[in-house]
Write a protein that binds this ligand. Structure first.
Ligand code: ZN
Length: 321
């Protein structure tokens, strides 16, 4: 409860800061449907780009949850890492690019370089999914792995090959994180957080692939009715969370562990090893050729130096005996 009131006070403070900045003219505001964008002056093209690229993915997400954003959501675009961290008083992890505060219907999105702008639409969809999940569950609690897994799955779909290889690497080196351990995600290092997001996405993708989207929807409906996680699993899938985690672990072990062979550094190592072998072979062949040539020359010299004269042809030959 204390945490909740802190968030509300903090969000109110942020809104006050934004309003002052809009009045001062350094920020602009535009309303599109249920989105209110607040962005630095002169970045209207960035807003258009975000709207265009998120339109279709958001329609898909809204059709899954059978509901759309009925209460407006404020999206603040921040162009520098310093400003982003300052808004949250440095209380956010270094790897964070966006924050959703569903209760206050607010998303803060950092777009400070070309790579972040490229990923911007996908990250915005991810944050909107958090708000839709919150709306759908009517504020009921949800484990972090499921919340992040839904956001990643609905903003990206199945794991990319690169993510599968990272997961494979964690599987073979025995570094996978328990799904429930992700509740402390905010304290994870960058590498650990990246793996946690991949695992969460993979767990939701597995639920969809094995049991289908309608079952996932039913599962979330049970959570919305304040069922605890184990009960929601049992009522929907007829097994509990532990059984689910075992199934998912077996699935990723079976499907992804071999992908570790596709790691870039493995191929670089193999390539260097191959170059080395080729170099050794080339030196061996060259030496062999040289040796053969020397032997041939030697044989030829023998022929000239020690001709097989017919002894009877010359008397001089006797002198060398
Ligand atoms: Zn998230």
């Amino acid at each position: 409860m204390a945490k909740l009131s802190k968030i509300i006070i903090f969000a109110t403070f942020l809104i006050y800061v934004f309003c002052s900045l809009i009045r001062a003219g350094s920020l602009q505001k535009v309303t599109r449907g249920n989105f209110i964008f607040i962005y630095p002056k002169g970045d209207s093209l960035l807003v258009e780009y975000l709207l265009k690229e998120t339109d279709k993915p958001l329609q898909r997400v809204e059709s899954f949850f059978y509901e759309s954003l009925t209460t407006p959501v404020t999206i603040l675009i921040v162009k520098s890492d310093r400003a982003f961290r300052a808004y949250f008083q440095n209380k956010i992890p270094e790897w964070s690019q966006a924050i959703a505060i569903p209760r206050e219907r607010m998303i803060v999105l950092k777009l400070s370089n070309a790579d972040q702008i490229r990923k911007g639409p996908q990250i915005l969809v991810h944050e909107v999914v958090h708000i839709l999940v919150y709306d759908h569950l009517k504020g009921a609690g949800i484990p972090t792995w499921l919340n992040e897994g839904l956001a990643e799955y609905f903003s990206e779909g199945n794991l990319s090959l690169q993510k599968k290889i990272l997961l494979a690497d964690a599987i073979v080196s025995n570094k996978t994180i328990d799904l429930m351990a992700m509740d402390t995600l905010f304290r994870f290092s960058t590498a650990k957080a990246r793996l946690a997001y991949i695992e969460a996405q993979s767990a939701v993708a597995f639920m969809v692939e094995k049991y289908g989207l309608p079952k996932l929807k039913q599962f979330l409906d049970y959570l919305a009715r304040r069922k605890i996680l184990d009960d929601a699993f049992k009522l929907t899938y007829h097994f509990d969370f532990l059984d689910f985690e075992i199934q998912w672990n077996e699935y990723i072990y079976r499907h992804y562990r071999y992908l570790v062979l596709l790691r870039f550094e493995e191929w670089i190592f193999a390539f260097i090893a191959l170059l080395f072998l080729m170099a050794v072979l080339a030196v061996y062949l060259r030496n062999k050729k040289k040796l053969k040539k020397m032997q041939d020359e030697e044989d030829s010299s023998d022929f000239f130096e020690y001709p097989d004269w017919d002894e009877s042809d010359s008397d001089e030959s006797d002198e060398f005996r």
